[in-house]
Write a protein that binds this ligand. Structure first.
Ligand code: ATP
Length: 367
């Protein structure tokens, strides 16, 4: 079908705004790539450059390995779906879906067949005669999808296609969209600022901030092993705990990790010792997901961090405890290991540490 490669792509708008800054990204054939980041980070501009709606100031956009910078949008074999759906209000649903085929000169009979195939695949076969104004938001979105896939594009570009829908429908449609694109085997680049959407739909997620690509990986990789502190803090709810710590490797083979006023003594054969040993003498940031911390009783033996619960938050499927562990507050998923937590008071915490980063004298680079 189609591969996409961005090589050092930069976009500077006339007013000097650097919307996209030296982005390198490869999207493989049939892959579902999600561009994720906060509003204004440049993700739509990347998409528009792939579509040919915006020219890169520098760098190359390659489609199927060929330089596409000078290719017009209509020569790129792409289909785009936007958040406002952009349906023609005076045309019926069937005519809206058939429109790209009519433009391409497809004869009425095969055209009708293709439209009804696509409409039944999307579950809108019974509303083909209606006008867009007579549809629900979800149906309109399906029509927009239908119009995009009817020409069997090699590449799908979607810019926040679900953001105008309510949350129940969004969850339903995101499963449908990712299922449909996989079934069709179409390479897809999908822009969103919604991390739940990104993590559930993507084969890989590319996370942007202020025009710069921060991290690219599978949802499991970017969530579990984020490449930068920004990504660590941006992904996941509750936010990853990020604690400053000092590392000291003792010659008689154990490691001290000092977090605020607490010191943990890790024996050499502890996997965490090996992970931090090469930061000897340095200050680092330790990242810990709430669910990676195991609450234990405060007098448990061994290397246990101690904290006092400030408050508990019950969310039904999880109970979060917000703790003071000295200078820093952290959050822990209590439900995971202890059942329903209602008591305040002291806690011990075991098993931690997912990300280690050198601090390099800078404050934590969180959003
Ligand atoms: P959103 O999620 O809000 O759509 P985004 O991540 O898609 O945001 P872009 O629309 O790509 O971000 O915009 C990136 C930056 O470029 C923003 O600072 C935006 O204000 C700026 N920008 C976008 N289009 C133009 C333009 N035509 N002229 C000048 N600046 C622009």
């Amino acid at each position: 079908m189609t591969t996409v490669a961005l090589k050092d792509v930069t976009k500077v708008f006339k007013d000097g705004t650097v919307a996209v800054d030296s982005v390198n990204l490869d999207v493989s054939d049939g892959e579902f790539m999600v561009l994720l980041g906060p509003s204004g980070c440049g993700k739509s501009t990347v998409l528009r450059m792939v579509a040919g709606l915006e020219d890169p100031t520098q760098g190359a956009v390659l489609l199927d390995g060929e330089l596409a910078n000078d290719l017009s949008p209509r020569d790129r074999k792409i289909a785009m779906v936007f958040q406002d759906f952009a349906l023609y209000p005076h045309m019926s649903v069937g005519d809206n879906i058939a429109f790209p085929l009519r433009l391409a000169g497809v004869e009425p009979e095969p055209r009708g067949e293709r439209v009804s195939d696509v409409a039944s695949a999307l579950g809108i076969g019974d509303v083909l005669a209606r006008k867009p104004s007579q549809l629900s938001g979800g149906q309109r979105q399906r029509v927009a999808m239908g119009r995009a896939i009817v020409r069997r594009p090699g590449l799908f570009l979607m810019d926040e296609p679900l953001s105008n829908l309510d949350s129940g429908l969004r969850a339903e449609l995101r499963a449908e969209i990712s299922g449909l694109t996989r079934e069709l085997g179409v390479t897809t680049i999908y822009v969103t600022h919604d991390q739940a959407e990104a993590l559930t739909m993507a084969d890989r997620v590319a996370i942007m901030r202020r025009g710069v690509l921060q991290d690219v990986g599978t949802p499991t990789q970017v969530y579990g092993r984020p490449a930068t502190l920004y990504v660590a803090a941006f992904l996941g709810s509750p936010r990853m705990n990020l604690l400053e710590a000092s590392v000291y490797v003792h010659l008689d083979r154990y490691v001290t990790l000092t977090l605020g006023e607490q010191a943990l003594y890790l024996p050499w054969d502890d996997i965490r010792s090996r992970a931090v040993a090469h930061y000897h003498g340095e200050r680092i940031v330790v990242g810990m997901r709430a669910e990676a911390l195991t609450p234990v009783s405060p007098d448990s033996p061994g290397d246990v961090l101690h904290g006092r619960i400030r408050y508990l938050e019950h969310h039904g499927h999880e109970s979060l405890a917000f703790l003071d562990i000295g200078a820093t507050a952290i959050v822990v998923d209590e439900m995971g290991s202890r059942g329903d937590a209602t008591e305040a008071g002291q806690r011990g915490l075991r098993r931690f540490g997912q990300v280690m980063q050198r601090l390099a004298g800078k404050p934590v680079d969180a959003p």
